[in-house]
Design a protein around this ligand. Structure first.
Ligand code: NAD
Length: 487
């Protein structure tokens, strides 16, 4: 069917999607537009009964879906990606409103959504013949698990669900998507669109309040939970899944270090570091969260980055095409990050630019009531300062001075987290040697933030367990089976 036939009727009414039926619940709730503090449209509040129906539908759909070939399932995913493209305009507006993303941020998330589905659909699980003799063959194959659950945070409400869904479905699983209560609207519309493409029960989406996640992690009919969110919640998810020994993938927080050598070209590197640190207002698991600059260029780097922050990162709501820095996504995150700003005076940190010098938000339209905070650099605070040791997840980022290579690697690795890290130098070979010493699931040289469906992504240490994306992510949605055949 042509993609035009998959246009959604509207982006104003929101339903759970269970067995390709749109249903609502006796009680509804709404999220808040973080740029304006205004309510977004009402969404369902799912109960145990909705969970039972979704798990039953996904269980019933599993035999037929898993018996399709990978090529057939990949073709469904391709049609799904086309259908998302056909609804770009509606998703772009809603994502901007819901997540507080700038026009640029919305474009980035939707672009990665398409490439993720299409790139994942190219992977194939193959059987591995690990021994073949006159007496026997030994083969390893990968079988889908059954009903998968994806629990999603609020910072990339579409993309992070799509990463899980694409691999889960291609491997032959059926799927229940649980969005964050802070950003449920786009996911429900993705589900509505999926209902036009996939057989009933293959993709289900349930919105709810904070009680919904635990109902899903406890359910004995769920074979796997793939969770993206904070370290603290990830530990609870793993604990809950232990009761039924569900498979678990955890994509958790990060505190990525960027190490800058003195030979970098400031004009090239500073805007990149500024972008990767303040992208989506710092609310990205793999944003640059600690910037280690060699002492020889520290002052010049700080001055150039401060200038970038002041002149380029124009704050504003999703409706302002010139805005490059949106609001914090929700009141809870706003309060957490605001508390870090409150430490500036209390701890004697030097903020650059100083708080009073922060440029006023641009008129019009004015971000009058949204969760806005000014982009701020903290000049060389101690290593044990909260702004260094904790994942700040907001537009306040420390710059730290280094002299000795071994010492800066030790400091970068002195974190319970290990999601990503980058090293920047004109000598890429030297930078790569240093990058390979970082304790992180993804390391970059002269870049940061680059990801794709070709590579597995996951955290070391408390940044996660397992990987998603790439062939590794696909295998994470499978049981391995060894087949020993005596001839
Ligand atoms: P969060 O942990 O508060 O919530 C994430 C999801 O878990 C939400 O859908 C929430 O409703 C649900 N949830 C809450 N309690 C639950 C429970 N007991 N059982 C099951 N589900 C439960 O995280 P957040 O504030 O939404 O997201 C921000 C965090 O996510 C940051 O730490 C960030 O670094 C991390 N993150 C990690 C990645 C990654 O790929 N590693 C990507 C994006 C965000």
């Amino acid at each position: 069917m042509a993609a035009e036939n998959h246009k959604l009727d509207n982006f104003e009414t929101f339903y759970n999607v269970i067995d390709n039926e749109l249903t609502t619940t006796p009680t509804t709730r709404h999220a808040i537009n973080p740029s304006t503090n205004e309510p977004l449209p009402e969404v369902p509040v799912s109960s145990q009964d909705d969970v039972e129906r979704a798990v039953a539908a996904a269980t019933a759909a599993f035999p037929a879906w898993s018996s399709l070939s990978q090529d057939e399932r990949a073709a469904y995913l391709g049609r799904f990606a086309d259908a998302l493209d056909a609804n770009q305009e509606g998703f772009a507006k809603l994502l901007g409103e819901e997540a507080g993303k700038t026009v640029q941020g919305v474009g980035l998330e939707l672009f990665f959504t398409g490439t993720q589905i299409r790139g994942t659909a190219k992977h194939r699980l193959t059987e591995e013949l690990v021994e073949e003799t006159d007496e026997r063959t030994v083969t390893i194959r990968h079988q889908p698990l059954g009903v998968g659950v994806g629990i999603i945070p609020w910072n990339f409400p579409i993309l992070l669900g799509i990463i899980k869904l694409s691999s889960a479905l291609l491997a032959g699983n059926t799927f229940i998507w649980k969005p964050s209560p802070f950003t449920p609207n786009t996911a429900l519309k993705v589900g509505e669109l999926a209902a036009k493409i996939f057989p009933g029960g293959v993709v289900n989406v349930l919105s709810g309040d904070e009680s919904l996640g635990p109902l899903l992690t406890a359910h004995p009919g769920v074979a796997k939970v793939s969770f993206t969110g904070s370290v603290a919640t990830g530990k609870k998810v793993m604990q809950a899944c232990a009761a039924t020994l569900k498979r678990v993938t955890l994509e958790l927080g990060g505190n990525d270090a960027a190490i800058i050598y003195p030979d970098v070209d400031l004009a090239t590197v500073v805007p990149k570091i500024g972008t990767f640190a303040f992208i989506h207002t710092g609310q990205v698991c793999m944003a640059v969260k600690r910037i280690y600059v060699h002492e020889d260029i520290y002052d010049a780097f700080l001055a150039a980055l401060a200038s970038f922050v002041q002149t380029t990162l124009q704050p504003g709501p999703n409706t302002d095409p010139a805005a490059l820095l949106g609001p914090l996504q929700n009141s809870m995150q706003f309060a957490k990050v605001q508390d870090l700003y409150a430490q500036i005076d209390k701890q004697g940190w030097r903020a650059v630019p100083p708080p009073a010098a922060t440029p006023a938000p641009p008129p019009p339209p004015q971000p009058q009531t949204g969760f806005f905070l000014p982009p701020t650099l903290i000049d060389n605070p101690p290593d044990d300062a909260r702004v260094v040791a904790e994942e700040q997840f907001g537009p306040i980022v420390p710059l730290l001075k280094w002299r000795d290579e071994d010492d800066v690697v030790r400091r970068a690795n002195a974190s319970r987290m290990g999601l990503g890290g980058s090293v920047w130098s004109a000598d890429a070979a030297r930078a790569e040697r240093t990058a390979r010493r970082l304790e992180a699931g993804t390391v970059w040289v002269n870049t940061h933030f680059e990801l794709g469906p070709q590579a597995a992504f996951g955290g070391h240490k408390e940044s996660g367990l397992g990987v998603e994306s790439g062939l590794g992510g696909l295998k994470g949605w499978c049981n391995s089976q060894a087949v020993w055949v005596r001839k």
